[in-house]
Ligand binder design. Structure first.
Ligand code: CP3
Length: 341
């Protein structure tokens, strides 16, 4: 495949950095919002034609160099038998772990509940443009568990989940094993069906001290990474909010590190193993300002991009709901128009 993202990930020389955005499919595009008037999020995920259509929308509507599968990290707890609903206020679990009795019994793994996603991948691969790779993903065990334990969506600060990690280490370790096992199965199936790049989202990794994070979760991240990379698929890791903890991350753990908006990208570059490429890290909230301010922020990346070829342009987290589309659209255009080399 002639893809600027794959070439960059393989260390080949390219004319510019590749660009895609976290949460590029849902949330911003007028074409997505129009579909949402007629279909719920679940419906769009579960109908392979709709899921493929939404996955591919940002290629034309934002001008990005890659598609990311239209799904969610919470399909893993769903396939472990947890009742899940996506409401207007975010995802809600029927019975979160904090309301369950300890010790927990084993969750029954139901990998067949993920089958519809592989049908969607087949459909995407069939209908995508020839130069657009598909990024697969899952949530890292830490982030998935914060949702499973706490039970609420985006408005929560996950206080109960954090307490659980501190207090119930033995239970936490058993849960990590179960989530990791199913996540590896899921990742390998995505790859078997054609995803060319894999990203692990650890959005909540900054909620606990770095020491506890690495003590509890390093092994599970490494297992998922090893399984993905053994297939020859590049592995991008996004530990949001980890702060100086990113200095612990080496090539042994990931091919690329997705840097959040808290850490200046030049500082991140100095802190991390030079073999690890970087992705990021424009603050997605910049799109709520104006085109002049956005361009000023973008210009700050020119020097970095000219000096660092192992870099993928992205946000430091995903698009927020209600991001103005007209401002979102200028970013990929800008990346493509600059003299990078
Ligand atoms: O571009 C894309 O949207 C790609 C697919 C994608 C979704 N979720 C679809 C989605 C991806 C990669 C995710 C990852 C995800 N989901 C994460 C990790 C990355 C991140 O952005 O932090 C997390 C923590 C979740 C859990 C989740 N799902 C939350 C907290 C919410 C509600 C708040 C929100 O972000 O909208 C969701 C719902 C969700 N997942 C939507 C979409 C398109 C919104 C559904 C809608 O349009 O109503």
């Amino acid at each position: 495949m002639n893809s600027i993202l794959l070439d960059t990930l393989q260390g080949k020389s390219t004319s510019r950095p590749p660009v895609w955005f976290m949460r590029q499919a849902g949330r911003v595009l007028p074409n997505y919002l129009a579909l949402k008037e007629k279909h719920s999020f679940w419906e769009m995920m579960q109908d392979k034609e709709l899921a493929a259509k939404v996955t591919l929308l940002p290629i034309d509507d934002l001008g990005v160099d890659a598609a990311i599968l239209f799904s969610d990290i919470l399909v893993i707890p769903y396939a472990m038998g947890m009742g899940l609903d996506f409401t207007d206020k975010g995802p809600v679990f029927e019975t979160p772990i904090r309301n369950m009795n300890l010790p927990l019994g084993k969750f029954v793994q139901q990998p067949e509940k993920l089958e519809y996603i592989y049908d969607a991948i087949d459909e995407i691969i069939k209908t995508r443009p020839a130069d657009i790779p598909l990024i697969g993903f899952c949530g890292a065990p830490m982030t998935v568990l914060t949702f499973m334990i706490e039970g609420l969506g985006s408005k929560s600060n996950f206080g109960e989940a954090v307490k659980f990690f501190f207090k119930e280490k033995a239970e936490t370790k058993k849960l990590i094993e179960q989530v990791t096992e199913l996540s590896i199965h899921y990742a390998l199936k995505q790859i078997e069906h054609g995803v060319e790049v894999f990203q692990l989202f650890d959005t909540n990794s900054g909620l606990i001290p770095n020491d506890l994070y690495f003590e509890l979760f390093s092994e599970s991240i490494k297992k998922i990474s090893d399984a993905v990379r053994a297939t020859g698929t590049p592995f991008i890791f996004f530990p949001k909010g980890l702060g100086t903890g990113i200095s612990e991350i080496t090539y042994d753990l990931c091919d690329y590190l997705s840097v959040d908006w808290q850490t200046p990208i030049e500082k991140a570059r100095k802190m991390i193993d030079p073999k690890v490429g970087l992705q990021g890290n424009l603050d997605p909230r910049i799109v709520f300002t104006d085109k002049e301010t956005i361009k000023k922020e973008l210009n700050k990346y020119l020097d970095f991009g000219r000096k660092n070829r192992n870099w993928i342009f992205n946000f430091g987290h995903g698009f927020l709901p209600e991001s103005p589309y007209e401002n979102a659209k200028i970013i990929a255009e800008w990346v493509k128009k600059q003299e990078w080399r």
